[in-house]
Write a protein that binds this ligand. Structure first.
Ligand code: NAD
Length: 296
């Protein structure tokens, strides 16, 4: 079992760190929030008072931070100067592809193994150890990372070179946003045409309109008891998070020169829902904006 540094113990990181501790690793946990460090201690980790102290002597480092600027700063200022040679580094945050690539290159230049390993799955999956990891980085680093990531997830998939984990994440979530909005539009039209929602669900689930937003995350109350629509769109996956991922996708598309007209439209619609007060609601709550019943 290894000494692991875990930095970023928020909604996602707290459950992930707990699962590494549960698997028998010695987890040295740090967050800017002392309350988050206390929660990690209660879940079996050893709380420490700085990222530098978490990293000192660690065989592996996991980071789960809000955005690219946090990741760059923590790696440059805290992790690289304090890690021992050959340390394995896994950044599980969702960040821009360019930052992931440049931090990965900086790590490699210093002789560290680094992977970008963003996740699919929310807080429940982080707590339950059922995340899906999309991993970018050299084959050798992936081989080492898999043993740790598999303690926090149900699937660990190598996407390719540095940055491709983040690329997979934002392409996936752009697609998710597009088919969620399409599913909402179809239900809103079905309502106007007098078609019963359950009947439409039963038919489209077995027809060519079938998609994950319909059958696993149905945006209207009723057909799927587990979906956020049945609890007034309490997240789940908040609109603010979806909007963040869509912005990353649109920035990447602009940089790469990719044509993503539906992605751009999805970003505009989620920005509108955010502006109308939907920020903390589940992303499937955009149904209420589309059918005109949203009251903020
Ligand atoms: P969060 O805001 O709850 O947690 C981030 C934590 O990082 C906070 O506790 C914050 O105090 C800490 N932090 C910030 N700067 C730090 C620093 N310099 N040193 C140490 N700690 C620092 O966010 P979250 O929901 O846990 O998400 C983390 C990442 O995972 C994000 O990139 C997010 O996009 C991604 N993600 C989230 C979800 C989700 O459903 N919440 C799902 C998939 C991916």
């Amino acid at each position: 079992m290894s000494h692991i540094a875990f930095i970023g113990l928020g909604n996602m990181g707290s459950g992930m760190a707990a699962n590494l501790a549960k698997a028998g690793h010695t987890v040295h946990a740090f967050d800017l929030s002392p309350e988050a460090v206390k929660r990690a201690e209660a879940a079996g980790a050893r709380g420490v008072d700085s990222a530098a102290n978490a990293v000192a002597g660690a065989a592996a480092v996991v980071t789960m931070l809000p955005a690219g600027k946090h990741v760059r700063a923590v790696y440059e200022n805290e992790i690289f100067p304090n890690a021992k040679p050959g340390t394995l580094m896994m950044d599980c945050s969702t960040i821009d592809v360019a930052t992931a690539r440049s931090v990965g290159e900086a790590a490699a230049a210093k002789g560290f193994d680094f992977v970008d390993a963003p996740v699919s799955g929310g807080v429940a999956a982080a707590e339950g150890g059922t995340l899906t990891f999309m991993v970018g980085g050299p084959e050798a680093a992936f081989g080492k990372a898999e043993a740790y990531l598999s303690k926090m997830g149900k699937a660990v998939i190598h996407a390719g070179d540095a940055g491709t984990g983040q690329a997979a994440k934002i392409c996936n979530n752009m697609l998710l946003a597009i088919h969620m909005i399409g599913t909402c539009e179809a239900f809103a039209l079905a309502d106007k045409l007098g078609l019963d929602r359950q009947k439409f669900f039963d038919i489209a689930s077995k027809a060519s309109g079938q998609n994950w937003s319909l059958t696993s995350y149905c945006p209207v109350p009723g057909p799927l008891p587990t979906s956020a629509a049945n609890r007034d769109y309490t997240p789940g996956f908040a609109t603010a998070m979806m909007l963040k991922d869509l912005k990353l996708a649109m920035d990447a598309a602009a940089t790469a020169g990719a044509s993503t007209p539906l992605g751009a439209q999805a970003e505009a619609l989620y920005a509108m829902f955010d502006g109308l007060g939907g920020r903390e609601k589940d992303f499937s709550g955009i149904f209420k904006m589309i059918d005109g019943s949203w009251r903020g």
